[in-house]
Write a protein that binds this ligand. Structure first.
Ligand code: B12
Length: 475
């Protein structure tokens, strides 16, 4: 069969991300004997025209559309990304009678709402590399695919969804040949990192989170040696800035240690990053292994440094682990981004002050603190129930595709923003969502790349903020 895959993400903020999911699915479909074309719309000037020309030139028998982002998770400057999806599907429909199936992280978050928005045959929730080839096989033989695991569809207006299933999840690290599928030079010039996965699945129960819905809640580990070989292979082809995109890298800890050990053994030339570390299993032993493995940057997703909020968010750790993690980080060299989410259940003026005090006192000046305020509420999460119980959410689940945010009713939102801004004025290594949404950020990345800077650019936050302030900008 001729299969056209379209990666619809065009968001270049905070930097373009390579569509790993679409590439993995493309590679799996090709391996199953199909002729595959992947159209990546990230840098396209006229998406509609490119889709039109691809569908007419390639004449697909099946179309897969990868959808990553719904919105930018930013309460104050919200951007909704799915307007363009309807238009793309319309163009595909006009040019071809082939079935159109959606997949990607967004479908794990709100499948029913997205299917109602776009007029397609159905979608796949979960591991596309196993389900999509089966689906293509069924379609090529003229059969029905609606009974396959992970498939969801609208049946005369009623939403139907088969259980999320992992079909023979392989331990092989899915490392697509990015040069084959993407314009890698364009991504590199924007300081994009190359994504790689060391496992799938997230068993944590944070009240706001969608990850278990996207990946399932049990771990499926990739072979550490295979991960290390893939990293070495990428680096040898010039893709040296590699980011681990696991939901949480250091859980289970033993697997993270094994991956680090394999990376140290293989002797690659990559600079590694990972922005999702949990303070629960973050100690000297792990950090030493990460240093040996070649990490050039890491992020710790704390969300808060106050116990009532950590409890309210069900983070599964306390300020004890937060402080231990801060001490351990200080004893090592890896640049660190501390990631906070203010306004969760249990947040009060006192807890905001406690978190800011932690950041001001314990974060090294050469590291960064990144603050988001307000939490995106997704249907089906515990946060949705909390918000309804507290009377701060009245929208029906079906209306929540267009973003809604939670701020604890015990804290005044504008006050919280002002306190954060004051702290940012004192600490040039602190950032908020405004900084990630700056329209000229892609230009900064391109200039940085030309000047020889390499990711992560946030290592230079202090200098960049100072320069922009000297130029009269309130960043
Ligand atoms: C790592 C990560 C990041 C990293 C990415 C680093 C990098 N170099 O890639 C960083 C920190 C930069 C980042 C940034 C952002 N992210 Co992010 N990110 C993630 C995370 C944790 C993993 C994504 C990933 O790479 N997964 C691994 C790949 C292999 O999985 P996948 O893409 O889902 O693909 C699989 C399936 O979906 C399926 N599939 C994919 N395509 C297709 C197509 C078809 C046809 C089929 C059948 C199947 C299929 O098969 C694939 C293989 O198994 C997810 C959460 C999660 N657990 O998924 C959030 C997530 C994708 N991010 C999200 C968001 C919002 C953002 C930001 C907008 C945040 C912000 N304001 O800055 C930006 C956007 C960046 C951009 N330019 O688009 C949201 C998107 C949903 C939403 N709410 O809109 C998610 C889901 C988190 C959440 N809040 O729920 N992110």
């Amino acid at each position: 069969m001729r299969i056209l895959l379209v990666s619809t993400n065009r968001n270049t903020l905070p930097m373009p991300v390579m569509p790993i999911g679409a590439c993995i699915v493309a590679q799996a479909a090709e391996r199953s004997g199909h002729t595959v074309r992947l159209l990546d719309l990230m840098f396209s000037r006229d998406a509609t025209a490119e889709v039109e020309s691809a569908v007419q030139g390639f004449r697909p028998d099946l179309v897969g559309v990868s959808v990553r982002n719904i919105d930018n998770n930013d309460m104050r400057n919200t951007v909704f990304f799915l307007e363009g999806l309807r238009e793309i599907v319309k163009v595909l429909r006009a040019g071809s009678g082939a079935p159109i199936l959606l997949g990607g992280a967004a479908l794990g978050v709100m499948p029913e709402e997205i299917l109602r928005l776009a007029d397609v045959s159905g979608c796949v929730i979960g591991d596309g590399e196993t389900i999509f080839p089966l689906l293509a096989d069924r379609i090529s033989r003229g059969g029905n695919f609606r009974d396959l695991p992970g498939v969801a569809y609208l049946d005369n207006g009623a939403f139907r969804r088969n259980p999320f299933a992992v079909l023979g999840g392989s331990a092989a690290c899915p490392a697509p040949d990015y040069h084959r599928w993407l314009n890698t030079a364009a991504y590199r010039s924007h300081m994009a990192t190359v994504p790689i996965r060391t496992k799938t699945g997230c068993p944590f129960q944070c009240v706001y989170c969608t990850y278990p819905g996207i990946e399932g809640n049990t771990y499926r580990l990739k072979d550490p040696g295979g991960v290390a070989d893939a990293v070495a292979r990428f680096a040898a082809t010039g893709l040296r800035d590699i980011e681990i995109v696991d939901s949480v890298f250091n859980a289970p800890l033993e697997h993270a240690m094994n991956v680090c050990a394999a990376l140290a053994r293989v002797g690659h030339r990559a600079r590694l990053q990972c922005l999702e570390l949990n303070p629960l299993s973050l100690d000297d032993a792990l950090l030493a292994e990460m240093e040996r493995a070649g990490f050039a940057g890491m992020g710790i997703t704390l969300e808060s440094a106050s116990d009532p909020v950590l409890r309210g968010l069900k983070k599964g750790f306390t300020t004890r682990e937060v402080h231990h993690a801060a001490e351990a980080v200080r004893r090592h060299r890896i640049p660190c981004a501390w990631i906070f989410l203010l306004g969760g259940p249990g947040e009060t003026e006192e807890t905001v002050r406690e978190t800011l005090r932690f950041a001001e006192k314990h974060i090294r000046p050469r590291d960064v603190a990144f603050f988001n305020t307000g939490i995106r509420i997704y249907p089906g999460t515990e946060l949705e129930s909390i918000a309804r119980r507290q009377g701060v959410l009245s929208k029906a689940p079906g209306d929540m595709l267009s973003p809604v945010f939670y701020v604890s009713p015990e804290v005044d939102g504008p006050w919280m923003e002002r306190e954060l801004k004051k702290s940012m004025n004192r600490h040039m290594n602190f950032l908020n969502m405004d900084s990630l949404g700056m329209s000229f950020l892609p230009t900064i990345h391109r200039i940085g790349h030309r000047l020889g800077f390499r990711p992560p650019l946030w290592r230079h936050t202090r200098s960049i903020r100072r320069c922009l302030r000297m130029a009269g900008m309130d960043v």
